[in-house]
Ligand binder design. Sequence first.
Ligand SMILES: Cc1ncc(COP(=O)(O)O)c(C=O)c1O
Length: 495
Amino acid sequence: MPRTAQAAEMPSFGTLDRDAGNLSRQVAEALREAVRKGDLRPADALPSTRALAAALEVARGTVVEAYEQLIAEGFLESKAGAGTRVALALAEPQPAREPRVASWQAAQTGLPERAEAFARIGREFKPLPPVPFAISVPTGMTAPGDIWRRLGNRLRARGPASPTGYADPQGALALREAIADYVRKSRSVRCEADQVIVTSGTQQGLFLASQVLLGPRDQAWVENPAYRGVTAILESMPYRDAMVRVPVDAEGLDVEAGIRMAPKARVAFVTPSHQYPLGMPLSMARRAALLAWARAVHAWVVEDDYDSELRYEGYPFPALQGLAPDRVVYLGTFSKILFPSLRLGYVVVPPNLVDAFCGARVLVERHPPTADQHVLAAFMTEGHLERHVRKVRNVYAEQRLSLIETLEALLPRELAWIEPGDQGMHLVLWLAARLDDHQIVRRAANEGVAVRAASPMFAAGTARPGLILGFGGFSSAQMKEAAHRLAAVIATVAK
Ligand SMILES: Cc1ncc(COP(=O)(O)O)c(C=O)c1O
């Protein structure tokens, strides 16, 4: 018999702030919080809209609107004659259970609430061991190797990469010039070197964008599903309603849905050239719609262009930034085409945002370490990067095909199938709905195979089980062997 919750049973309801406006959003957030904290459990029946409205002393329409929003997000479900209840899908095993323990611990130890969110992120972002199918492990043919080492030795021993004092928080001019030149030519980005800010990778670019562009009660669109590096940032922010998960379809971000859900959002975080993790590009029509919306409401679009160099069929769309350099913050990284431990990437911002991004960057880590910036600048200006990209693109194209063939031969379609993507260093392997991707990740790890679960990339209530498989840096033989072990794990879990 499902339990019917009473408003009074939900401590997370607190009091509504009537001066802050938008009561239905506050009711929705209080209900989400009640679910997150476990005051409301999957299958619990909610009070009728009339009863909850009376208990909270708000109009019934306010509660109806909140319920409708949560039904659209998948938090609640409603059946004719059976009222509204907490979605059963939320009972699926997910790592999000840990926060309850953390929350209890926080209450016991007096740790600040945000410490809980950061601790969860810290546990989740542990690197995978360098075995198939960890992402971004450039070894052998795909490591920059000798040239990188020689340049490093030369420049560190003397010249610009030798020890100096504090440097420019925006990054070394030589590197910014090389980056501006590179993105202008390869991605049709419209910029000058003084709009480029060197970062320690896209992760930092995303963080800086969230700090600079979002006010205390501002909302941001984030694709559903999305890179955990961006959803985790928004989860860590004090404003619980900051993130609005906007669905994607075959054309990428559903801009109309975004406008319905949060018309006045300040920022849209998008992966237009290769939706992460699904792989489709944002269509031209959607690009135009997204930029028209951004212009109309003075919002910013943060374009994460993390792997567009690694395209195996046809040509990538040019960067969105080239269509609206005044509204788009463009993020690039060397993690994919060189190696992630380099920790170098860049943000290209409209001129009026340069000082703000530099200021935010100073507070995070003053400036990027100098020596590798100069090594990278020389690597780019002497033409090595272009050659390296051509080489890794060929190697990855072969590895990708070989992995697809291996997996298709090994896995029965009713258990697992590949999302066809033509870009990047990873594939998505979808799993039958009854399989638990976390369980498969754990069992695969015991077998020496490193995969990440896809379900945490989705908003609550919309998750699909799947695995993210990196194919960079491993030989076909290594991947074949690991694919056999992974297929055996999936078969065992499916029994
Ligand atoms: C969507 C997306 N953005 C950015 C990155 C790269 O982040 P970073 O430059 O911080 O290594 C990744 C890496 O996996 C990614 O998948």
